[in-house]
Ligand binder design. Sequence first.
Ligand code: PLP
Length: 436
Amino acid sequence: MREWVSMNYLDHAATTPIRESAADAWANHSQIVGNPSSIHGAGREARRIVEDSRETIAEILGVHPTDVIFTSGGTEANNMAILGMARAQREDNPNRNQILVSPVEHHSVLDAAYWLVNDGFSVLDLVVRSDGSVDYDSTTDLVDRHHSSLALGSCMWVNNEIGTITDIPSIGDLFGSRSIPFHCDAIQAGSLLVHGSRCPGSFSISAHKVGGPMGIGALILPRGTKLTPISFGGGQEKKLRSGTIPVALVAGFAQALVEARTQAEVEYSRITHLATRLRQILLDVGAQVVPNHGDTGPQIPFAMGVDAKDCELRSGFGATGGTQLHNCGKVTEESGSFWEKKEHGSHHSSITYALFEGCRGQDLVQLLDAQGIFVSTGAACTAGIPQPSHVLLALGYTEVQALTGLRFSLGWPTTDEDLDALADGLPKALTQARTL
Ligand code: PLP
C-alpha cells in the first residue's frame, strides 16, 4: 500500500501524490537507454517517447505540440517566461522596459519580475480586489496608459494560497488584443485545463500538481512568441531550454494528464462534496474562511448544465461538453454546477484558506501534524521563522491576522476519512494552540 493512503494529507496544493498509472509510465521508461538528442536507434526510441508524450500533453492542453517546452517544473517555467519574454521584448524595442504583475503571484513569478529591476526594468502592480482576483477594468486602464513601454503582463489563474480564480481568458485577451506578451502561471489550474478551459498566451504547468512526477513541467509558448533563453548548453527544446530531456519524467507527466482528464468528472463530484464539508468543519470551530463570500455553497471551477442567468457564457469548454462560465450565477451542489456566485472572481474548491483567531498558523500545523493531519500555512517560512503571507497582506489583512492562517487543499485521493480526522483533531489542536 502506498504510504500516503494511511495519512490524512490535506496539502495537495503543495504537491499531490503521483497517480498509479503515471508512476507506472515513469517506471516503465526509467531504464530507457538512449538520450533523445542522439541520432542512433536508442536515441531515436527515446525521442519517440518524448514526442508522443509531447503530443498527448499538447492535445490535452489545447495547444500545438511545438508550443510545449519541457522544464524541470513550474518555477523554471515561470522564471523562463518572465525573464525571457521581457528581455526579448526589450531587445526588439529598448522602450519596452515595464512589466505588469499581480502582487499575489507565486514567488517564482514575483521574484523573477523584481530581479529584472537590476536590469533596468520597472515593475507595476496589477490591482487585486478584496477576494484576490485581478481587476479587469483597472488592468485595462494600466495597459492603455503604459502601452508603449510594456514588455510583459503576468497573472496567475488560480491562487495557490487562497484558491481565487482570476478570469484569465479575459485578462489574457486584453493583453493579446494590444499585442503585449502575456504569461499565466497556470500551475494550480490543472483541473481547469483538463476540463477544457483554454489559456491565452504563454503559460506554465507542473506535473507534480496534477498527479505526475516531481521534476518535470512545461512552459507553453505559442509559436511566434519571442523568448531569450536564460540557460545555455546543448540547445534542446528549440534552443530555449538546454539540458537532456528526462524521458521517464516526460512519460509520467503525459500519463498524469491523461488520467486527470479521464477522472475529471469523478474527481469533480468528490471534491465538490468534500469542499462543502471542509468549509463547514472550519466554520464550526469559528474559523474565518478567506476570501469570505458569505456563502456556504460549493466552489468548483467547472460547469455542466448550469442555469446561467446573469452569467457570461463562453463556448468550447471542451472535454466534458460543458460550458465555461465566467463570474457567474448562483449554483448549488445539487444542480450539478461548478461555479459559485461571485461579485468579482470565482473560487477553486480544492483550496480553502482560513484564519484562526488567537493562534499561530505555524503552531496549528505542528499540532495537527502530531495527530497525523498534514496541512500548511501556505506561506513562506524562512529559517524557521514564519512569514506572513504576501497574498494576505496584499488583500489588506494585518501581519498578525496573516500569521493565523492555514491552507487546506484537496486532491484526487482525498476522502471523507481525511476530513473525519480533521473534524476530530482540529478542536483539540486549536485549544492547545491558543495556550502557546
Ligand atoms: N506557481 C504556483 C502557483 C505554485 O503553486 C507553485 C508551487 O507550489 C509554483 C509556481 C512552483 O512550481 P514547482 O513546484 O513545480 O516549481
